[in-house]
Design a protein around this ligand. Structure first.
Ligand SMILES: Cc1ncc(COP(=O)(O)O)c(C=O)c1O
Length: 409
């Protein structure tokens, strides 16, 4: 499937995304733009076979159901998840998935005095659910300020029941060596045997770097489809079969039960018991098409292209001594920065006047931004395969103008 790198014409890739005509979109860590193939696939659903899934015995419903189910098969293949290893469940977004996981663990597995470890790098979505569970159940929540194997070895202990970690920071552009960490957790006798659940937030990673879930072997791995060229409203999570005994739905309703009486029900098998109510089959079908689009380019080529663009951005930003760039030496794809005396919102608004769209603020990771940038908000550039060197040049030119006009005289 993978194309030879030299066969890819990146200019053509950009033209696959119709919205990118005349704008410089540098906010893909927030959400990705959608290629024509995905837009057409959604159009096809609504013009050719739309019907609710798992309910009808007529052709439309069977077709939509088959597309929905094959979307999960596509995700499994893309992330290398074998049937023996675990399930893919769909929900509303990554935030919802992480909340569901935290609530399930609260109900089935966490007890007063247990310890949860989150890193300071977590997005609010993998922080707040654990803070709330810790409060309700009187658990100890510890923060990991450095994500590396040495610190993991020092911090994890017999009481640690959950390790919640981001794979790829949406602020610093760090990609953590989750493989090494999971290997340690899974193979350390006093932590494993189901005693330490690992919840990996892959929201920034999926679709940008190659991921092999069977090799990583986490308990849960989560992402949002809208960051992977798909429509909004779909969260995806992997559930390892080895924690099936800790899985209990937190939402009840239609389509997740086999039999219902006035005072009880018999749940469907995994993963259907986790999917109460009508699912976002539109986005699921879009995700299948988006993954096919990525597969056609090759995820290795995507990763390589993002590295080349990141290196180009790094070199250009390093020449501007008034920019305080976070993790400039190491960042991949996501670069946060501040300019002394100019608020991040003013930078983003100034650039918007020139049709250059970047993000500004705390990036839903306020503890991290406060920790690394003394409570000051940050502007952020994030790249995807539809960006090119011209986009980066345009960003640099606009930043130079911004500094010229807005710096404190
Ligand atoms: C690292 C990370 N985790 C979780 C999320 C939450 O994703 P969603 O808003 O789609 O639920 C984001 C979104 O920016 C993110 O960057």
């Amino acid at each position: 499937m993978n194309k030879n790198r030299n066969e890819i014409i990146w200019k053509d890739i950009k033209s696959d995304f119709p919205i990118l005509n005349n704008v410089t979109y540098l906010d893909s860590a927030s959400t990705s733009q959608k290629p024509t193939v995905v837009i057409n696939k959604i159009n096809e659903l609504y013009t050719k076979y739309n019907a609710n899934i798992h309910r009808g015995v007529y052709i439309f419903s069977e077709k939509t159901t088959a597309e929905y189910e094959s979307s999960k098969e596509k995700v499994k293949k893309f992330l290398n998840i074998s049937d023996a290893s675990g399930y893919i469940a769909y929900t509303l977004n990554a935030t919802y998935a992480l909340n569901q996981i935290a609530r399930m663990m609260e109900e089935t597995y966490l007890n007063e005095g247990d310890e949860i470890i989150c890193s300071i790098y977590e997005h609010h979505s993998n922080f707040l659910p654990w803070i709330e569970v810790a409060k309700r159940k009187h658990l100890n929540l510890k923060i990991l300020y450095e994500v590396n194997i040495e610190n993991i070895k020092k911090t994890l202990n017999r009481k640690t029941k959950v390790l919640a970690l981001t794979h790829f920071s949406n602020v610093t552009g760090d990609i953590f060596d989750i493989g090494e960490i999971l290997d340690y957790v899974n193979n350390t006798e006093y932590l494993n045997n189901g005693k330490c659940i690992t919840v990996i937030d892959g929201t920034q990673a999926v679709g940008k770097i190659k991921i092999d879930i069977d090799k990583l072997n986490p308990s849960f791995y989560v992402f949002s489809a809208h960051k992977v060229f798909s429509p909004t409203g779909l969260g995806v999570y992997y559930v390892n079969k080895n924690i099936e005994n800790k899985i209990k739905p937190v939402n009840y309703g239609g389509d997740m039960v086999n039999h219902v009486e006035t005072n009880s029900c018999i749940l469907k098998e995994m993963p259907y018991m986790l999917e109460a109510g009508t699912q976002n089959y539109e986005s699921a079908i879009g995700l299948k098409s988006a993954i096919e689009y990525i597969e056609n380019i090759g995820i290795e080529n995507v990763e390589e292209r993002l590295k080349v663009l990141s290196d180009y951005l790094r070199k250009k930003v390093m020449n501007l001594d008034y920019i305080n760039a976070i993790n400039i030496e190491k960042f991949f794809d996501v670069l946060s920065f501040s300019i002394k005396g100019i608020h991040s919102h003013d930078i983003a608004s100034f650039l918007s006047e020139r049709n250059v769209f970047i993000r500004a603020g705390y990036h839903c990771a306020e503890p991290l931004v406060s920790y690394i940038n003394h409570d000051e908000s940050l502007a952020r550039v994030s790249l995807h395969i539809y960006n090119d060197f011209e986009d980066i040049d345009k960003f640099i030119d606009s930043i130079q103008d911004c500094y010229k006009y807005l710096k404190i005289k």
